[in-house]
Design a protein. Structure first.
Lengths: 310, 523
């Protein structure tokens, strides 16, 4: 397993090179120039030229990219064009907030989604199954900005239980975490249902039933454990996307996370911020996939992580 | 036995946790005695030398002071300067500073603080975008170019006297000194923390920055050592809430004391029996306009610009779509700043537009109409497109987000565009010079790339003329030429509409954000 993990981490280097290069080219291909937003109105042409030189936007794209790589090699992610603050320091503030929100969302989505999916499978084609199916489709279809605002309206304005926005303790986290969790609950429920039903048709389930093992034990131990593999994959994917920032949720609830940070960076063409967030996001995604791969081997001992016989 | 005990203990802990969370839950998030306001964006910096956004500027007004400021009648009034003299030829300003004005670090403000603050902005090694505020000072350009070690036009004969000599008279110079860039900062603080001063500012204002949680909130505390009128409140909390609907929810539960009403919610609040009594309005110094690129076809043709003007019923759009949230513009200069008569021209007249379009070469005109990504702008542009289509224009709308939009306009890519201009200081010059003088094409403000040597001369004559009546005459002539040649079609001067909490007293809106020191408001 150590070899596998090491190889994955080494592969991160060419992956980062490729992703940073593509992102750099794409951001440069976008129309717009950061200097015009930096100077406000009425700046003299001399001021604009001076700033262009200072941020290096007067050089060619490849030369700028080379400069950026040089910066990364020195362990830096650059400074924001606008605030002149270190991007790495900003990320160190925002990433923990995003992690908190992602953890909160997963804390809700994983048990609720799996439970609903399991219930739906056990009660196949009954009222509960149909109700859960309808709710799942609704959860996946309803846009986050709508569900977020509705939750805010109900729990903040009418019930006056929770603050509508802000970054802080658990009170502030509930509404954005629930909003973020809603689509995941739905997808986890649907995947769990399918996986449980498919596993239920396996020969070992028939064997267990013939052996006289109780239905509860068959579901809880034999079926559920085997049905978890696809769920873990989706949990990993969703967690990865949460950790890269939930732009809409963070904007609606004024949560100071990676999503808002990269969004503002894109709007203002703050290239160091965009690149810093992309690099962090890539690392986070690769690490989560690694954790998911390792989790497979614990859930299903047939899955071996030794780099060759997977 | 042990398992049962653990199960029970877990259940008790879970229930206790849940109950304590529920009981601790409250939507209220405010500090007693503090005014709570909303900002849509995190300010970029609070260093006056680098502030270019309204968020930063409005907070800086509470943290810093300049030599002079604007009073509620938009007149110049003393701030840190006790009095001043202007030489007859209008090039020498001598300011006498108040004694006992201290920075929040306890040190007294002296004249060299002002000279250092101004020089810092013009520093050739610096990156301040606000150099234009001080480039009228004698020797400023040589200093900025690195050809001089000092600015000859700034002198400090003693600790409380500051002399500023201009290269030539500039009548709105005192207005320039009311701007954010002209605030005084303590040299010893910013020089020891150049990158950090914008986040830990030290000023002389009625408030001091207590804490700034990036993208969340800023907390300003009353400065007890403030030399001016003491604030009636303990401080100000600025909550950073990007989403309008969230800000309204925060307002309705009482976490925000005053909030701008978004366009989409204006009629709802106006019709609300609970809130319509708590809407306040104020004039702002702005002009929203439809700009034409005068430097190339099709809009290098004055007649075509007039045909567009006659094609659009601005009054109807203002009353219908815009719900009278502004006043119809008579010209580019807002009515508050105009001291001469001006009638509304280019009233809706599709027949006049049709007659113009019968001229040879003016048929089947296609217009590339650039707009920003805001919903309100998109709606207005579709109405304009509808009117222009009726008179025979083919309008292609191109929607860009702000950064790309600004670059496209500055590079002269658009045929026609929708934009606004907000005043930095209350003088007609602040509209006429940046928007129409030929030296400001592109990023300088003249995005229509309009050039008229007579208008240029009138504007620059107005800048140097010290006699108010004569100056008004120059500006009037310039505005009349501009209205006749129509490089832009002014639509309206937008008003501000705010919802305020019933508990708030003496809350007013100001036409220019630098006027709001936060000392008048009370609970």
């Amino acid at each position: 397993m150590t070899g596998y993990v090491a190889r994955k981490l080494i592969l991160l280097v060419p992956l980062l090179l490729g992703i940073t290069f593509i992102t750099f080219l794409l951001t440069k291909a976008l129309p717009g120039e950061p200097v015009y937003s930096m100077v406000g109105e009425r700046a003299s042409p001399e001021t604009i030229d001076k700033l262009r030189k200072e941020i290096g936007s007067d050089k060619g794209t490849i030369s700028q990219y080379a400069g950026y790589l040089n910066l990364i090699l020195h362990g830096e992610l650059g400074r924001s064009y606008y605030t002149n603050r270190k991007v790495s320091e900003e990320i160190m503030i925002k990433l923990p907030n995003t992690m908190k929100l992602a953890a909160g969302a997963m804390f809700i989505a994983v048990p609720v989604g799996i439970l609903l999916g399991f219930l739906s499978a056990v009660r196949k084609n009954r009222f509960a199954d149909r109700l859960i199916s309808v709710l799942s489709i609704a959860g996946l279809s309803v846009p986050v900005f709508w569900s977020g605002l509705m939750l805010m309206l109900f729990f903040s304005l009418y019930l006056k239980w929770l603050p509508p926005s802000g970054t802080g303790d658990i009170r502030y986290m509930v509404l954005p975490a629930v909003t973020l969790a809603l689509p995941s609950v739905s997808s986890f429920a649907r995947i769990t249902r399918t996986a449980v039903l498919e596993t239920g048709l396996m020969p070992f389930v028939r064997t267990a039933t013939a052996k006289g093992i109780s239905k509860t034990r068959i579901y809880a131990v034999h079926i559920m454990k085997n049905a978890l593999l696809p769920v873990v994959t989706v949990v990993g994917l969703d967690l990865g996307s949460y950790l890269n920032g939930a732009v809409l949720t963070e904007t609606i609830f004024g949560w100071d996370g990676m999503g808002r940070f990269i969004m503002e960076g894109i709007i203002k063409r703050d290239y160091p911020v965009i690149m810093g967030c992309i690099i962090t996001g890539t690392i986070v995604f690769v690490l989560i996939n690694l954790v998911v791969d390792i989790a497979y081997s614990f859930i299903d001992p047939r899955v071996r992580i030794n780099g060759t016989d997977r | 036995m042990t398992r049962t005990f653990i199960k029970r203990l877990s259940s008790i802990l879970f229930c206790t946790g849940l109950i304590s969370i529920l009981f601790s839950c409250s939507p209220i998030n405010r500090l007693d005695g503090y005014l709570h306001l909303r900002l849509a964006y995190n300010p970029t910096t609070l260093d006056p030398a680098f502030i270019v956004d309204v968020s930063g500027g409005s907070i800086a007004a509470k943290l810093f002071n300049g030599l002079v400021r604007l009073d509620n009648n938009l007149d110049i009034t003393p701030d840190i300067a006790e009095r001043w003299e202007v030489s007859d030829e209008g090039t020498l300003y001598v300011f006498h500073l108040k004694r006992g004005v201290v920075f929040s670090n306890g040190r007294e403000v002296v004249s060299s603080d002002f000279s250092n603050s101004f020089k810092r902005i013009l520093d050739p090694k610096g990156r301040s975008p606000n150099t234009w505020v001080f480039d009228k000072i004698l020797g400023a350009n040589a200093y900025m170019a690195g050809n001089a070690d000092d600015i000859t036009g700034i002198e400090t004969p003693d600790s409380h006297t500051l002399k500023i000599r201009l290269e030539k008279p500039f009548s709105p110079f005192l207005h320039l000194l009311t701007m954010t860039a002209a605030y005084v900062v303590p040299h010893e603080v910013y020089s020891s923390s150049e990158n950090d001063f914008g986040f830990h500012p030290v000023g002389t204002g009625p408030f001091v920055l207590e804490r700034w949680r990036q993208n969340s909130e800023l907390l300003l505390k009353k400065n007890k050592a403030y030399f001016g009128t003491e604030a009636n409140i303990a401080g100000i909390v600025y909550r950073i809430i990007p989403e309008d609907m969230t800000a309204l929810a925060e307002f309705e539960i009482g976490n925000i004391d005053a909030v701008n009403i978004p366009a989409s919610e204006y009629s709802a609040y106006l019709g609300s029996p609970t809130w319509n009594r708590h809407i306040i309005t104020g004039s702002a110094l702005n002009t929203y306009y439809l700009g034409f690129n005068c430097s190339r076809p099709p809009f290098d043709n004055v007649s075509l610009r007039k045909a567009v003007a006659y094609s659009i019923d601005r009054e109807k759009i203002l009353e219908g779509f815009f719900e009278k949230r502004g006043t119809l513009a008579k010209g580019p200069v807002p009515d508050i700043l105009r001291t001469w008569d001006q009638d509304i021209v280019y009233k809706y007249d599709p027949e006049a537009a049709g007659t113009i379009l019968e001229e040879p070469g003016l048929q089947n005109i296609t217009i590339n109409f650039y707009i920003t990504a805001e919903q309100e702008v998109a709606d207005i542009s579709e109405i304009i497109q509808y009117y222009l289509k009726k008179t025979g224009f083919n309008v292609k709308i191109k929607q860009l987000e702000w950064s790309a939009y600004k670059a496209a306009l500055n590079n002269g890519e658009a045929d026609m565009f929708w934009i606004s201009w907000w005043a930095d200081y209350p003088d007609a010059e602040n509209f006429l010079f940046p928007l129409f003088h030929s030296s400001n094409h592109g990023a300088g403000g003249n995005r229509t790339r309009y050039t008229n040597s007579t208008a240029d001369r009138m504007i620059t004559s107005g800048q140097t003329e010290l006699n108010a009546k004569k100056r008004a005459n120059y500006y009037m002539t310039a505005e009349k030429i501009i209205i006749e040649e129509l490089p832009l079609l002014p639509f309206w001067h937008k008003k501000e509409f705010l919802l305020i909490q019933p508990s708030l007293r003496a809350f007013v809106t100001f036409p220019v954000y630098t006027m709001d020191k936060g000392t008048e408001v009370a609970f």
